[in-house]
Design a protein around this ligand. Structure first.
Ligand code: NAP
Length: 335
């Protein structure tokens, strides 16, 4: 193991799209674990659209990453040395350990994973935050009922691909909105969606009229902007619009584009509700158990997009989310 710990730190508050200069690549001596701590090496780093929001100096559900701080990220770490009673060398642990090669932790917020259940990267995706987000956003916030029509945007992504499949498992009709023919083919041919709309080449409103003639009961929104506005025109009575994210707006240099069609909520007696997955932490085990069962039974397909590289690749890999270059959960595997 190297005696130096390579890290990615926030160098400047980004304006608009991220630039290489927003990051600094540094190496610092490896710290030794003290009493009650463990040390480990990072194996997999999660890439999340929310990371863009954590870089802005404004109040949110988590404090912003400070200038000069190691970039916040969930990761899977392999324990190499431990004087913590809960962790032993060889354990794989998931937690918010940041974008760095080596980690020293007191174990707070760290969870040992069960490698026989799934590959390590899956604990950052379907059995991690993406799975929890899809599960609680759809079933709890969306209050999904059998036989309903569900639309999900960002449908070929980490959260969206699970949302659509869980809705199918619950007996719903599912329409996915994604960018590009390959992603749309994946949705209908591999993941069991009933229909897919390519927002890059198709007229979303027109396609929704065709695929959801009786309206949309649940819209799971991952992207915001024009797509949210388009779906709002097609709501069924008592529809639920789940505000999970708005990636189309995260790099805005101007004001967020709000939904001009929100009065459909009034006409259709619908509701629109946002949520933060962390609020469901006390119920994560319940969701993980059910998702693991679906995976084991072959009823849920897990899509992961694993890029192999070093922590220095983190800025470029993060950009893939905003360019739509990932299919499923985007993860950086450290070599
Ligand atoms: P992801 O969907 O795997 O990756 C992002 C995808 O967004 C890209 O692949 C791209 O797919 C799409 N995209 C990028 N720019 C876009 C644009 N301008 N317009 C439309 N689509 C665009 O990411 P994820 O981790 O699953 O996250 C999905 C959403 O969930 C994000 O908004 C994230 O912030 C949110 N989230 C919320 C919570 C919560 O607690 N509320 C927790 C986790 C994640 P295309 O090729 O299809 O464009």
């Amino acid at each position: 193991m190297s005696q130096m710990n390579r890290q990615i730190r926030l160098a400047a508050r980004p304006v608009g799209a991220l630039k290489p200069e927003d990051w600094s690549h540094v190496s610092e001596p490896v710290a030794a674990p003290g009493e009650g701590q463990f040390a480990g090496v990072t194996r997999f780093i999660s890439l999340d659209p929310a990371m863009r929001g954590w870089l802005d100096d404004r109040p949110s559900y988590l404090p912003p990453v400070g200038l000069g701080e190691v970039m916040r990220a969930a990761s899977v770490v392999e324990v190499t040395e431990s004087s913590h009673p809960g962790f032993a060398p060889g354990d794989l642990v998931v937690g918010s350990f940041g974008v760095q090669e080596q980690v020293v932790s007191d174990g707070r917020g760290a969870l040992k994973i069960e490698p026989s259940l799934a590959p390590p990267a899956t604990f950052l995706g379907a059995l991690g935050m993406s799975g929890m987000t899809a599960y609680f956003g759809l079933l709890d916030v969306g209050a999904l009922k059998e036989g309903e029509t569900v639309v999900v945007s960002g449908a070929a992504g980490a959260v969206g691909s699970l949302v659509g499949q869980i809705a199918k498992l619950k007996g719903c009709r599912v329409i996915g909105i994604a960018g590009g023919a390959a992603k749309c083919a994946l949705l209908t041919e591999e993941l069991g969606f009933d229909a897919a709309i390519d927002y890059r080449t198709q007229d979303v409103r027109k396609a929704l009229r065709e695929h959801a003639p009786d309206g949309v009961d649940v819209y799971f929104d991952n992207v915001g902007g024009e797509i949210l506005d388009a779906v709002l025109t097609r709501l069924a009575m008592h529809a639920r619009v789940v505000i999970c994210g708005a990636i189309s707006q995260y790099n805005n240099e101007t004001a967020v584009q709000g939904p001009s069609n929100y009065l459909t909520l009034l006409v259709r007696r619908a509701r629109m509700e946002g949520f933060v997955v962390f609020d469901y932490a006390p119920r994560f085990k319940e969701a993980a158990r059910e998702i693991a069962g679906w995976i084991a039974a072959g009823r849920l397909t897990v899509k992961e997009h694993v890029v192999k590289g070093s922590v220095d690749d983190f800025p470029a890999v993060l950009q893939m989310l905003f360019a739509g270059e990932n299919t499923g959960k985007l993860v950086l595997e450290l070599e």
